[in-house]
Design a protein around this ligand. Sequence first.
Ligand code: NAD
Length: 493
Amino acid sequence: MTQRSDAEALARSLPAVPFVGGDWRPDATAQTFDVIDPVTEGTLTTITEADAAAVDAAVAAAHAALDGGEWGRLDGATRGQLLLALADLIEESAEDFANLESVDVGKPGFEPRVIDLPQTVATFRHFAGWADKLEGRTIPTPGYMGRSTLSYTVRQPIGVVAAITPWNSPTMIGAWKIAPALAAGCAVVLKPPEDAPLTSLLLAELVQRAGLPAGAFSVLPGRGVTTGNLLIEHPGIDKISFTGSPETGRVVAVAATDGFRPVTLELGGKSPQVVFADADLDAAADGVAVGIFANQGEVCAAGSRILVAREIHDEFVDRLVTRAAKVVLGDPFEAGTTMGALINAKQRDRVSRYVEIGREEGAQVVAGGGRPDRAGYFVEPTLFAGATNAMTIARQEIFGPVGTIIPFDDEEQAVAIANDSSYALAATLWTTDLSRAHRLALRVHAGAVAVNGWSPLDPRLPWGGSKLSGLGRELGRAGLDANTVEKTITVVL
Ligand code: NAD
């Protein structure tokens, strides 16, 4: 087990400045911000914020790299090799990434090792394979003014992509944006979250070592209202890819629309986990508990509405309560810890306020509900029973370890409750009835439905939602295409 002090030393050793056009960019006159450890509440490091000049320089370097520059001239096969080299370097540094993610985000050590880092490496490798497969089409037409034509299309990089990432899983979600964009031949300007920027700085070091041409990838640490806002408003940005809250997503969408630029928004959810009486209840209880408690519940796909068939409701609640009791809250660097701290004091207070609201609205706390008496932004794993889908705790994204259990009487009612939400990102169905599983997978409003397993991740599978959950898709072929434009070429023969 890594010592917390090693991870803290690693955090202090990172270059704490923007990475622009292939170089670190210190600026003694720029603002700085502190990165806070959510477990100790101490300062991990202080970072120079990317100001307007740094944002301009990063966007200019990206265009220079693309428009006649080395990056823009590279063929797809070579881009793919560079991405594979980068994936290898990330894999070699996986321990450093995992430790930084734990100290920065507050998540227990096994999570980045089992999920974030393997997924990050797999994402870079998957998209490396696409880099030389951006094929166009030949399209037969009746011809032009009596003359034959040859019409074909090519897929070209969309240009300079602004990637704005959230603090809950900055490494993995960063990879979801960066890998397809680079594979498509775009240049990327990354604005990591101010609460958890450390792994993005480490990634910049590795991009340098992997030999990507200057300007292909820049990192602009800074706050959302300053650096983030400058980036999304910048006229040199050709596409914005954002993950975060619907409130900020709206600001990003308006900026994108103003400049007639495409945008991808991943804005979280209030995802149902639906448990039928015919389910393997042991497996379902394990899966549902992971679905709401993984990463302290700070997951866009968190299964925060737990819909349970009435005939098994009480028994299933007991099983979930047993799982909640087994959660070990603690320092991510201590052996045995299964849940860490929330990202910051604001998030802890926000989650605690939702717990109060749940009580006030008449739901019953059957597990947790409090905060441990210790330093750090901890909230106990919490379950509400006796809830309805009309309650605030069933309608709003809490983004913490708080599950709302709602009974249903039959399949129709289960679907109606599942779909009665402003969000539509993910859903999980627990049933051994194959026909029911396929029938309901089609009817549930969600970008991704999982049957008998919570949120299986894979870079080959498209990811994204609709309604308040956002717009567009990341990952898979759709995620690649979202970074390209299809150009039509017609030759009059
Ligand atoms: P946020 O949406 O404000 O921040 C996400 C990213 O956007 C960060 O990098 C931030 O710096 C940046 N940002 C903020 N304001 C910006 C602006 N005006 N222009 C450009 N970029 C800007 O999220 P938050 O305040 O950190 O968290 C609030 C809530 O968002 C959480 O409680 C949770 O409900 C939700 N959230 C969802 C996800 C997800 O995965 N869908 C991730 C994080 C947070």
